[in-house]
Design a protein around this ligand. Structure first.
Ligand SMILES: [Zn+2]
Length: 295
């Protein structure tokens, strides 16, 4: 009813062909890389409540649980490779069609596909930050330290959440040794925004500016349930900047969208790349809503 049959794919291609596009991506873009989504078509829901910033900083048991599960799940995240969707986004950037990429994902797969102008709204699992001295280090380095501190620890997870949080049995968690900052002995936290924690204001501001200057905002693989991403859709809509949403299943932003495309991301983006390669298939988006003349 609201997909390719009504020409949404062609309109999307026409919109992107005009350039100046800001991408807002979510977990749905990474499911084809084997990273589970929180919700949506994969049918999986979160297996456990994520740790909050408050619990993580207040409780040694919460940190032990977090790092045991993260250490186990990290191997899976670190092995994940970009899929066709990430590659098309990088290609759009290389062709000069993007003003920037805002991602809610913490998996680093946009950059792994070659994209450069990526703002990681919720941070990255590939970095670790010390809450004492602020020093950042790679997750890889921490992984080596955790392996050294837990030589005989080899837990097998029974599931994985998109943030690299693996599901472990209690005894596996209980015998896990956490390590602290090498410089100051402070608490180490992944450089991601936890539940109960705000996205740094400067980063939010940067994303508002990016969105406000866009010719179009294209949402890829997010149900926009979380306000931290949804607010940019509302911002674009308020400024009459066209919003396109490609996602499997409905999203909270659908009412603000010029077009929605309910399709698997890899397939939809591969089709988009194909349409951009043959300009005759493009549909001018101007007919759908008036007033969007080149920002
Ligand atoms: Zn430190």
């Amino acid at each position: 009813m609201r997909d390719a049959r009504t020409g949404a794919a062609g309109v999307l291609a026409g919109l992107v062909a005009g350039g100046g596009v800001v991408i807002l991506s979510g977990a749905g873009l990474s499911t084809e890389s084997g990273i589970p989504d929180y919700r949506g078509q994969t049918g999986r829901s979160r297996r456990a409540e994520p740790v909050t910033y408050q619990a993580f900083t207040a409780s040694a048991a919460a940190r032990q649980r977090y790092w045991a599960r993260s250490h186990s799940g990290w191997r899976h995240i670190a092995r994940a490779t970009p899929n066709a969707g990430h590659r098309v986004v990088a290609e759009l950037e290389q062709r000069g069609l993007l003003a920037g990429i805002i991602t809610q994902n913490v998996d680093g797969l946009h950059q792994a596909a070659g994209a450069r102008q990526v703002t990681e709204l919720h941070g990255s699992l590939h970095r670790v930050v010390c809450l004492g001295c602020g020093r950042r280090a790679t997750r890889e380095r921490l992984g080596r330290r955790l392996c050294a501190a837990n030589p005989d620890w080899n837990a097998s997870p029974s599931g994985l959440n998109p943030d690299g949080d693996a599901v472990l049995a209690g005894p596996d968690v209980a015998r896990f040794q956490v390590v602290d900052c090498e410089d100051c002995g402070g608490l180490l936290k992944p450089d991601v925004v936890f539940f109960g924690e705000n996205v740094p204001p400067a980063r939010v501001q940067q994303c508002y500016q990016l969105t406000g200057g866009a010719r179009a905002l294209v949402v890829l693989g997010s149900s926009l349930t979380v306000m931290s991403g949804y607010r940019f859709v509302r911002h674009a809509a308020k400024l009459a900047i066209p919003v396109a949403i490609v996602n499997q299943g409905p999203t909270r932003g659908d009412a603000h969208a010029l077009l929605t495309l309910d399709a698997p991301l890899g397939r939809a983006l591969t089709a988009l790349a194909g349409a951009l390669a043959s300009p005759a298939s493009l549909t001018a988006p101007s007919g759908l809503r008036s007033g969007h003349t080149g920002r």
